[in-house]
Design a protein around this ligand. Structure first.
Ligand code: GLA
Length: 376
């Protein structure tokens, strides 16, 4: 245990997925990028002699969490996010085979909008595990960190999610998207062109994956693979899945990821738009995870001149992602948002917002080493 450490400070970014949704748990392909919105964690030891408990406070999340080291029981508040702190402390303890048992104060702060499909909970899990592991002198590779954070998230939420969000948060690279092959567990950075801006519009419709049909979708996909006698749908052909809409989405989406990367590399931006349109239609019509709000935002973005647009992440609410020429991106985002607000209830309209994102470096300690994302 490195009790000499005065302060441990970690950051972990959220992610936006450009294409390849509901493919990660089917050993498929996806193309997310780590974004310039992140979760930041500091761990500070309390003065010698202080009681051995972990105390966590957050600027953005309500409540204060106190974890008594011996019982791991929380005493107050932080119902949702407190579970992440407990799970992260337990996991680091189990990997290190001794407890994170010093009296420490954890401060959590996040600029990733919660419940919006930009992986705020993965950013929280990765930053917590990274900070507590470093504080406890437990070395973790990128892959180990992503998998540990995935376990934390699963324990905290009960959602059987795939590994995309944690891998994106950990492996982010400045000005690069990340082609992830989940079967090979391979992350390949793909240069992002500087003449293509990425817009995110939050529909203002919050969703918690645990209350959504996410787990059911995963079950359908796994059933489809079993019925074909396959370990996963990665090995299925289009012909084999022609009559099963869940499986049809997954198999066609994997193809679209590769087509998207080719179009990106050859500068065929019109093709990027077509591929995103097909992806959104497949998520809407075959996979049934879109909503009227997300459909409207996508239609608005295309109508006002975006190159392409689609829902991003799990769906059921949350955000859409769009591409545009940089000199028109702000105008396109604001115009699409204004049209959306006209038809939305005042409450939804007020919480909907648009912003541009760029690809940043993956999770890591702040200060001591290179913080190439420029985030503080
Ligand atoms: C959520 C999950 C990911 C992935 C996406 C859909 O973000 O956490 O694992 O399945 O949905 O692509």
């Amino acid at each position: 245990m490195s009790s000499a450490k005065a302060l441990t400070h970690w950051r972990a970014p959220g992610r936006v997925n450009l294409i390849g949704d509901h493919t990660d748990y089917a050993q498929g392909l996806a193309l997310p990028l780590a974004i310039d919105r992140d979760c930041s964690i500091t761990v500070v030891p309390r003065p010698a002699g202080a009681k051995g408990s972990i105390r966590a406070v957050s600027k953005e999340f309500a409540g204060e969490v106190t974890i008594t080291t011996s019982t791991r029981a929380t005493t107050s508040g932080g119902e949702g996010w407190g579970r992440f702190v407990i799970a992260a402390a337990e996991l680091v303890q189990s990997l290190n085979s001794h407890p994170v048992n010093e009296a420490i104060d954890i401060t959590v702060s996040s600029t990733v909008p919660a419940g919006s499909g930009l992986s705020s909970s993965s950013a929280l899990s990765v930053a917590l595990v990274g900070a507590l592991a470093e504080y406890s002198s437990l070395p973790l590779s990128k892959s180990e960190l992503a998998k540990a954070a995935h376990q934390v998230e699963e324990r905290a939420t009960g959602v059987p999610s795939g590994l995309m969000d944690q891998l994106a948060s950990v492996n982010g690279e400045v000005d690069h998207a990340l082609l992830i092959d989940f079967a090979a567990e391979l992350v390949t950075p793909v240069k992002w062109p500087n003449d293509l801006a990425i817009i995110v519009i939050n529909s203002g419709m919050l969703r918690a994956l645990k209350d959504s049909e996410y787990a059911q979708r995963r079950e359908e996909v796994e059933n489809a693979a079993r019925q074909l006698g396959l370990d996963s749908l990665r090995l299925a052909t289009k012909k084999q899945v022609a009559d099963n809409p869940w499986a049809r989405h997954v198999v066609s989406e994997n193809e679209r990821v590769l087509a998207f990367v080719s179009a990106l590399q050859s500068g065929s931006y019109d093709d990027l738009g077509l591929i995103m349109g097909k992806s959104h239609a497949s998520l809407r019509d075959d996979f049934l995870v879109s909503t009227p709000e997300l459909n409207e935002l996508v239609a608005n973005l295309i109508a006002v001149g975006a190159i392409g647009a689609r829902l991003t992440g799990a769906g059921f609410g949350g955000c859409v992602v769009a591409l545009a020429k940089p000199d028109r991106a702000d105008e396109i985002a604001q115009e699409a948002l204004a049209r959306y607000r006209q038809g939305a209830s005042p409450a939804i309209g007020a919480s909907a917002h648009a912003f541009r994102v760029r690809a940043v470096a993956g999770a890591g300690p702040v200060g001591e080493r290179d913080n190439s994302s420029g985030l503080q």
